[in-house]
Design a protein around this ligand. Structure first.
Ligand code: CDP
Ligand code: MG
Length: 137
């Protein structure tokens, strides 16, 4: 990877997989200079979701969030590119689709704050941890 090149983790959440948006979302990344290094469709257990989202364990939405992420298939993706972490966050838009900027993934596809179609790592440290969580053998 060159200077400023990073890797980040994206998740296509159950609401988007269910609506067959996997290819649309992958093409959106590719068309915006984020390369797909690896991806797989999986379903995780509630316990795995609790581990993945443990930074949010004190939040009122934690239990529902973990139930939701484990409720159906998801697609986990390693994205790579210039400033991939912040670039992916920009392409995703605000957490609440109602507040997401026009043209962002959550503007286009998000249903509600909980069913907001995509996850993206928020820092270099978390990107490394989250990629390892799903892709370390
Ligand atoms: O996903 P993002 O990093 O934008 O938001 P977050 O603050 O890290 O929250 C993680 C996830 O929890 C969000 O993507 C939402 O799906 C969910 N959430 C929720 O259900 N209700 C909230 N009030 C805030 C977040
Ligand atoms: Mg977050």
């Amino acid at each position: 990877m060159n200077n400023n090149e990073e890797r980040t983790l994206s998740i296509i959440k159950p609401d988007a997989v269910e609506r067959n948006l996997e290819n649309n979302i992958k093409n959106f990344f590719s068309n915006n200079s984020l390369r797909i290094v690896d991806s797989k469709k999986i379903q995780i257990t509630k316990e795995e979701a609790e581990e993945f989202y443990k930074v949010h364990q004190s939040k009122p939405f934690y239990n529902d969030l973990c139930s939701y992420l484990s409720s159906g298939p998801i697609v986990v993706i390693i994205l790579e590119g210039q400033n991939a972490i912040s670039e992916n966050r920009r392409l995703m838009g605000a957490t609440d689709p109602k507040k997401a900027e026009k043209g962002t993934l959550r503007f286009l596809y998000g249903i509600s704050i909980d069913k907001n179609s995509v996850h993206g790592s928020d820092s270099l440290d978390n990107a490394k941890k989250e990629i390892d969580f799903f892709f370390k053998n």
